[in-house]
Design a protein around this ligand. Structure first.
Ligand code: GLA
Length: 454
C-alpha cells in the first residue's frame, strides 16, 4: 500500500491517534435505566449486556461448517427491560442501530405478528429475536432439538431500551451484541433464569441467528452470536460450526507481553449485504460441485495444507469432466481456495493455542496469510483494510488481519504491549498519507459472554 502524501491530508492533520476508551458499562446502564423510566413511566426490572466479538481465524467459513476462533471483547450492547402482559414488544434505541436507517423512533409490534418481511431497520434485530426464540422452542429451526424453555407465551411482552458501546458498523459484531442482549433479557424476564447454562446459550444463539437470517434478511453464519453468548474471559473459542460445539482455549497473549489492537478503519461500506450473500452462494456452489453438504465435509477431520490443495485439484477435475456449476467459475474457485486454506489455518492456530506457551510469531504469520486470503481469494477487503494491515506490519506487529465480514470495518493486530502507541501512530500516518478517513483504535481483551449486569 502506497504511503505517498495526498494533496488533501498531511500527517499534521492526524497527529494523535484517536482511541476508543474502555466502556464504562455500569455508568451507561444507569443512564439507560433513567431513560427507560422517562420513556415508559415505570422502573425497569433489570439490565442485560452482551459483547461483540473479534475473530482470529475462520472468516467466511461459519456457514460452510468450518472452525472459527473468536473471542468476545469488552464492548457491549445493553438492554434495559421490564415485562408486559399483553403480548406487545416495545423498543427504543439510544443510537441509530442501523447506519442505513437514521431512525431512533420508538418501535412496537405484537410478538405474534412478527414474521419475515414485516419489520424494517434496527428493530428487526430486536423483534427477530422474540420470533427466533419461539421458532427454536417449537423445534422449527436448524437447532438439533426443540428447546421449549425459549418459548414466549402469547401474553408475554416487554418494554426495552437499548444502547451500545460497540462501535457500530466496525466489523466488531454490533448486530450480534444487540440480538444477544435482547435474547438474554427476554429469556430472563420470561423464565426468571438469569444464568442460562451453555446448552440454553447455544439455543439462544440459534434464535439470534434465525432473527438475522429470516427477519433482518442477512444470510450470516452464527459466528458472532455464538461468540457473544458463549465466550469466557481470557479465552479464545475454538468453534466447530458443523454442530456449534466449542473448545475453550485459555490463550492469553499478555503472558508473552502481547495484546490485541483493533483498528476501526471507518471505511464506508457500500453493497456489503449483496456481496456477503454472493460469497456464500459461491461457497455453496463449490460444495455442490464437490457433492458435499458443506465445504467442511470436503476436508478430513484434521485437515492439512495438502488436503486443501487436493480439494482444489478435485474441483478442477470435476469441472473438466462436466460437473455443473451455478456460479462464475473463477470466483467460485477463489472462494473455494479461501475456504479450504482458512479452515486449515484455523486448525493450525487452534493446535498452537493448545500449547502452554504458544508460538505467537507463528500465529501472527497465519493471521497475515488469513488477511491475504481475504484480500485475494475471498475479495472482501478494501484499500483501508489492506493499508491498516500493512501499516501494522511495517511498524512491527506480529500479525494483522481483517476481522469479520470486511468491505470496511476493522483489522485486528497482534502487537507487543510496549509498541501499541508507536503502531497506532504509524497506521494513523499511513491513513493520512493515503487520504483515508481518520481511523479509531481500540485494544481488545477476551471477555465474558452476555449476562445480566443489574
Ligand atoms: C459476519 C457474519 C458471520 C461471519 C463473518 C465472516 O460477521 O455475521 O457469520 O460469516 O462475517 O467470518
Amino acid at each position: 500500500m502506497s504511503c505517498e502524501l495526498s494533496e488533501t491530508a498531511t500527517p499534521e492533520d492526524f497527529a494523535r491517534p484517536r482511541w476508543v476508551g474502555q466502556p464504562d458499562v455500569l455508568e451507561r446502564a444507569q443512564r439507560l435505566s433513567q431513560k427507560f423510566e422517562e420513556a415508559y413511566g415505570r422502573a425497569p426490572v433489570g439490565v442485560w449486556a452482551a459483547p461483540g466479538r473479534a475473530n482470529l481465524m475462520g472468516e467466511y467459513v461459519d456457514f460452510s461448517g468450518g472452525m472459527c476462533l473468536p473471542f468476545a471483547h469488552q464492548y457491549v450492547t445493553l438492554t434495559v427491560a421490564a415485562p408486559r402482559e399483553d403480548g406487545v414488544l416495545n423498543a427504543q434505541s439510544m443510537q441509530d442501530a442501523d447506519e442505513s436507517v437514521a431512525d431512533d423512533r420508538p418501535r412496537s409490534t405484537r410478538i405474534d405478528d412478527i414474521e419475515p418481511g414485516v419489520i424494517s431497520g434496527w428493530f428487526g434485530y430486536v423483534a427477530g429475536v422474540a420470533w427466533g426464540m419461539n421458532r427454536v422452542a417449537r423445534g422449527a429451526s436448524a437447532h438439533p432439538v426443540a428447546v421449549p424453555e425459549l418459548g414466549l407465551p402469547t401474553s408475554f411482552g416487554a418494554d426495552l431500551m437499548v444502547d451500545s458501546t460497540v462501535p457500530i458498523g466496525a466489523g466488531l459484531a454490533s448486530s450480534a451484541a444487540l440480538e444477544c442482549s435482547v435474547a438474554l433479557s427476554l429469556f430472563s424476564l420470561n423464565t426468571g433464569n438469569d444464568h442460562p447454562n451453555d446448552a440454553l446459550r447455544r439455543a439462544l444463539a440459534r434464535a439470534c441467528m434465525d432473527a438475522e437470517n429470516y427477519i433482518v434478511g442477512a444470510n450470516t453464519g452464527g459466528l458472532d452470536q455464538t461468540a457473544s453468548l458463549r465466550s469466557h474471559a481470557g479465552e479464545i473459542l475454538a468453534l466447530d460450526c458443523r454442530d456449534f460445539d466449542v473448545v475453550r482455549l485459555p490463550a492469553d497473549p499478555a503472558l508473552a507481553g502481547l495484546t490485541w489492537l483493533a483498528i476501526d478503519t471507518r471505511a464506508p461500506h457500500k453493497l456489503a449485504d449483496g456481496q456477503y450473500s454472493s460469497r456464500r452462494a459461491e461457497c455453496e456452489a463449490a460444495a455442490a460441485v464437490l457433492d458435499v453438504p458443506t465445504l467442511r465435509d470436503a476436508l478430513p477431520e484434521h485437515p492439512t495444507p495438502d488436503d486443501a490443495a487436493a480439494v482444489l485439484d478435485r474441483f478442477d477435475h470435476l469441472l473438466e469432466v462436466g460437473a455443473e456449476l451455478t456460479e462464475d467459475r473463477e470466483n467460485t474457485r477463489l472462494r473455494l481456495r479461501h475456504s479450504m486454506t482458512e479452515m486449515v489455518r484455523s486448525v493450525q492456530i487452534a493446535d498452537e493455542l493448545h500449547s502452554d506457551s504458544p508460538d505467537w510469531a507463528f500465529v501472527g504469520r497465519l493471521l497475515v496469510e488469513g488477511h491475504e486470503s481475504m484480500r485475494d481469494d475471498c475479495e472482501v477487503t478494501v484499500p483501508e483494510l489492506d493499508a491498516a494491515v500493512d501499516g501494522c506490519l511495517s511498524a512491527g506487529a506480529l500479525g494483522a488481519k481483517v476481522v469479520g465480514g470486511g468491505f470496511g470495518g476493522s483489522v485486528i493486530a497482534l502487537v507487543s504491549l510496549e509498541s501499541v502507541d508507536r503502531l497506532a501512530a504509524a497506521v494513523q500516518l499511513c491513513f493520512a498519507q493515503n487520504g483515508f478517513r481518520e481511523p479509531l483504535f481500540l485494544t481488545l481483551q477476551p471477555s465474558e459472554a452476555g449476562r445480566r449486569i443489574l
